[in-house]
Design a protein around this ligand. Structure first.
Ligand SMILES: Cc1ncc(COP(=O)(O)O)c(C=O)c1O
Length: 381
């Protein structure tokens, strides 16, 4: 009876990152630099808050939008860190990871035939949801703009069907972050247009030299901000995300969230409350460590003669494959088989990622050193 399954579902694929990870997971002696998951444990005090929530019987449904104390902490976090003011009561929703926030946003704003402009190469979590909504992803090719989405690129792709622009910065897979001036230009371009911006800021706490700037500062009324604790507090398995949007929009997104999950897990919400209050700066020591790993990896990749842009955030390098006659998938398979090193083929990040591979440095320095040694000797051959 497979023919009865929704065609839109049949036509989407499992994420290329996972596919590749699963394929190489059982290969012996493999060094894997594939996964975008912090290698630090969740901070001890945050874990304790989760345990205490169980002991205190905070194990029931919460308000659909999340515990009000947590929403207040989330709104404070955005106010203090990124200078955007959200009402905890009407403009903040606690979600099941940033992933659910992406899903409920698109399902609230998209209709059949709408277009969504996305920079490519990009995180593969947007396109399938857009397509499930019957909408159309329109890729902005950012390979010639140093992986930066520009107002000019957006302008060239806007049509009367454009409903939303995705701004996923700091970026997975490129590590690039947009600065205030670039964001202001985009906000200026959209000033008189009825187009939403979905700003996925999940890596906002991992920007190295400059301070993260949210585009919501310049166009709050049309922006849906998505964030979460997966990366900042090493809490991928706790599944806590945050969504901020102006009230007229948040009240509709909340309905989709409610019928989807009712609320995020109460225990995780209590841990998140600790993370966003006592642990508001927990990301700082991790960020320092990532920054020194980034410098190490950058120097090594450069000394191998590879074409690579120094990332300013997140924990990825997006590296040009130094040969044009091989697909990124075949190149990565060859690395697996000949060098016992796993990195993710660029094609997992849309067609515009073809010709590149993504290397994650959310791994210990020893693992990074071994992985880079293997890459170097493979390239020498
Ligand atoms: C850009 C981006 N957005 C969203 C997510 C999903 O995050 P979460 O674990 O909060 O669902 C990820 C995870 O890798 C990501 O890289």
């Amino acid at each position: 009876m497979e023919h009865l399954i929704n065609n839109r579902v049949k036509n989407i694929e499992i994420s290329g990152i996972r596919k590749f990870f699963n394929m190489v997971a059982d290969v012996k002696d493999m060094v894997s630099l594939t996964i975008g998951q912090p290698d630090f444990p969740t901070p001890e005090h945050v874990k304790e808050a989760g345990k205490k929530a169980i002991d205190d019987n905070i194990t029931t449904y919460t308000h659909n939008a999340g515990l009000i104390q947590l929403r207040e902490a989330a709104a404070d976090f955005y106010r203090k860190k990124y200078n955007v003011d959200y009402s905890s009561e009407h403009e903040a929703i606690i979600t099941v990871g940033a992933s659910e926030a992406i899903d409920i946003t698109f399902r609230t704003i998209l209709e059949e035939g709408c277009e969504v402009i996305i920079p490519g190469p990009v995180y593969p979590g947007y396109e399938p949801i857009i397509k499930l909504c019957g909408a159309i992803p329109v890729y902005a090719d950012i390979r010639n703009t140093q992986f930066r989405m520009t107002a000019e690129l957006i302008d060239s792709l806007i049509t009367d069907k454009t409903r939303c622009i995705v701004l996923p910065y700091p970026s997975n897979p490129t590590g690039i972050s947009l600065n205030e001036e670039e964001l202001k230009e985009i906000a200026q371009l959209l000033k008189d247009r009825e187009i939403f911006v979905l700003a996925d800021e999940i890596y906002s706490e991992l920007v190295y030299e400059q301070q993260h700037v949210s585009i919501a500062q310049f166009m709050k009324e049309k922006t849906i901000v998505i964030n979460g604790l997966s990366k900042s507090h090493s809490m991928t398995g706790w599944r806590i995300g945050m969504l901020f949007a102006p009230e007229y929009l948040a009240k509709h997104i909340l309905k989709v969230h409610q019928y989807n999950v009712t609320c995020a897990t109460s225990i995780s919400q209590m841990a998140a409350l600790e993370a966003l209050t006592a642990g508001i700066d927990d990301a700082l020591p991790m960020k320092q460590e990532y920054a020194s790993r980034r410098d190490y990896v950058f120097n090594r990749l450069q000394s191998m003669g590879l074409d690579v842009i120094k990332p300013d955030g997140a924990f990825y390098f997006f590296v040009k494959i130094p040969a044009s006659n091989i697909s990124s998938f075949d190149f990565c398979m060859e690395l697996v088989n000949e060098a016992k090193l796993a990195v993710v083929p660029g094609s997992a990040f849309s067609e515009l990622g073809e010709g590149y591979f993504r290397l994650s440095y959310a791994y210990s320095t020893d693992t990074l050193k071994e992985g880079l040694d293997r890459l170097e000797s493979y390239l020498r051959k």
